[in-house]
Design a protein around this ligand. Structure first.
Ligand code: PMV
Length: 363
């Protein structure tokens, strides 16, 4: 992926801005080692319209500092998280000690909607910080490296803010975590899977996020990942995650007659395995609601009866992501409108699809 030409133009009068999409994991990252190192590789695809837009105006100051607005309003809990993150970056970006950052963010999707907002938010923030770094330290070695280094560094920076965010700085399908079969794969940054190698039947994958419970607080990342420390099934799960990355990669590369069914078998089992790990941990978490289970059963019944390739995945919450190829859009919408709507919170769902990745904002 090359750096968009406009990226060099986004810096004007000390202001930068990036739009970064969220992503949905097909093979889940659940469990980590110190330094935000994943216990197993994960494979995701980046969304298109569920994005965070972040602008940062920066100016010289005696001390480093920042203020943060979300949709024009202060958000102390987010500001605190960002401040902690920036503090960890001071040794790497010494200019943070003499720069005041005015950070303003906006999400195009509702909060608590089942879309990981930390992935898009931390992705956008990392890209902004790197753009500022490029503007004020053009002589810095990393800043004179080719474009691929920019994206790699952005992914690494984003990972340190929120693990899954490292996958959001690339469009298409990405893998995060060292895997012997995936060239260039790394625990510290995600790598994009070359879209030219992805079979056409997976290049237009759709994601309809079915909102079961808008108020659901996902289990926090820190607590969630720590549930895998000393978990009785941890080593089997981590091994399985790695094996499934290789399997799923093969399926989306090769395509073929039963490819969507093979894809769905793995992806649905991944979602249920994530929840099974939570159910079997101490303390245990049951994040599915009765409506989550009902929707899963409806999706499977519809698929078995109609043969239409619709499958589900789940994040660490109650909402359901309905995955299907664009060719099944009409039937998938019928399924939602005619059978799934009664289970949804105010009948609401969000439609998204595989996207191209972040882009610089016009300021
Ligand atoms: O990036 P985190 O620390 O919020 O963890 C994300 C964990 C899952 O969303 C459940 C799975 C994943 O790989 O995105």
């Amino acid at each position: 992926m090359s750096l968009p030409e406009s990226a060099s133009k986004i810096i004007s009068d000390g202001e930068v801005g990036w739009e970064c999409p969220s992503n949905i994991a097909l093979i889940k990252y659940w469990g980590k080692y110190p330094g935000q190192i994943p216990a197993n590789p994960s494979l995701s695809f980046t969304l298109s319209s569920c994005v965070t837009q972040t602008r940062i105006a920066y100016e010289n100051a005696d001390h480093g500092g920042m203020d943060f607005l979300f949709d024009g309003e202060p958000k102390p809990e987010f500001a605190h998280k960002i401040q902690t993150y920036l503090d960890t970056l001071r040794p790497e970006f010494p200019w943070l000690n003499q720069t005041h950052l005015r950070i303003a963010s906006h999400n195009t999707f509702p909060h608590s909607s089942g879309i990981a907002s930390s992935a898009s938010a931390m992705g956008a923030l990392a890209l902004c910080l790197l753009s500022i770094d490029r503007a004020i330290r053009p002589q810095n070695l990393i800043n004179s490296l080719p474009d691929a280094a920019f994206w790699g560094q952005a992914s690494d920076l984003a990972r340190r803010g929120s693990g899954s965010a490292c996958r959001s700085v690339y469009g298409g399908f990405t893998v995060w975590g060292a895997h012997p079969d995936i060239p260039g794969s790394d625990d510290r940054r995600a790598v994009p899977l070359d879209m030219k190698t992805i079979h056409p039947s997976f290049r237009d994958i759709q994601d309809a996020v079915l909102l079961v419970d808008r108020g659901t607080k996902f289990v926090s990342s820190t607590i969630g990942h720590s549930l895998m420390d000393g978990h009785p099934y941890a080593s089997a799960r981590f091994r399985q995650g790695g094996e499934r990355v290789a399997l799923l990669w093969k399926i989306i590369k090769n395509g073929g007659e039963n490819a969507w069914q093979a894809f769905g078998n793995i992806v649905e089992s991944e979602a249920l395995t994530l929840h099974a790990m939570m159910l079997a941990s101490t303390p245990s978490f049951l994040l599915m609601k009765p409506a989550t289970v009902a929707i899963i059963e409806e999706i499977r019944r519809f698929r078995n009866q109609s043969g239409v390739p619709v499958f589900f995945t789940l994040d660490a919450g109650a909402n359901v992501h309905l995955l299907f190829p664009e060719s099944a859009s009409v039937q998938a919408m019928e399924l939602i409108d005619q059978q799934l709507t009664p289970y949804l919170n105010e009948g609401s769902y969000l439609c998204d699809r595989l996207g191209d990745g972040p882009s610089p904002l016009t300021l």
